[in-house]
Ligand binder design. Structure first.
Ligand SMILES: [Zn+2]
Length: 115
C-alpha cells in the first residue's frame, strides 16, 4: 500500500502537501502524519524544551522522531516564507512541543541538546 505523506498542522489540523514545512496560519512546523490513536485536536501539547535556534530544535525533533514521539516547533521568529528560518537570528528561541503523555520521555531524550 502506497503511503501518502501528507503533513498536518498540530494546531489547526490543516492538511498540507509533503514539501510544506510550516503552517502559515499558526507559524508552527507541521507533523508528518496524524497520530493513529488520538485525533490531533485531542492531544494536549506541552512544551518539552527551548532551543536557541531552529537547528537545535530540529536536532531534538529528529531524536524524538526516531523514538516515534510526535512534536512540533514554534518560534515567534518563524515567518510565512518557507525558506526563511530563524537559525541565524541571535536570541531566537524555538520551543519544542510534544504530547503531554510523551513529555517525560521526550525531556530525557533531548536532555543533552536542551539549553
Ligand atoms: Zn495551522
Amino acid at each position: 500500500m502506497e503511503k501518502t505523506n501528507y503533513k498536518y498542522c498540530p494546531q489547526c489540523n490543516a492538511e498540507y502537501e509533503p514539501q510544506i514545512e510550516f503552517c502559515s496560519d499558526c507559524n508552527v512546523t507541521l507533523v508528518d502524519e496524524q497520530p493513529v490513536d488520538i485525533p490531533l485536536d485531542q492531544i494536549e501539547w506541552v512544551e518539552a524544551g527551548q532551543f536557541s535556534g531552529r537547528v537545535y530544535g530540529e536536532m531534538a525533533g529528529e531524536i524524538l522522531a526516531n523514538n516515534n514521539i510526535p512534536y512540533f516547533l514554534k518560534s515567534d521568529f518563524f515567518t510565512t516564507a518557507f525558506n526563511v528560518s530563524p537559525v541565524n537570528v541571535p536570541g531566537a528561541v524555538v520551543k519544542l512541543f510534544v504530547p503531554e503523555n510523551d513529555k517525560e520521555r521526550a525531556e530525557q531524550l533531548i536532555m543533552n541538546i536542551s539549553n
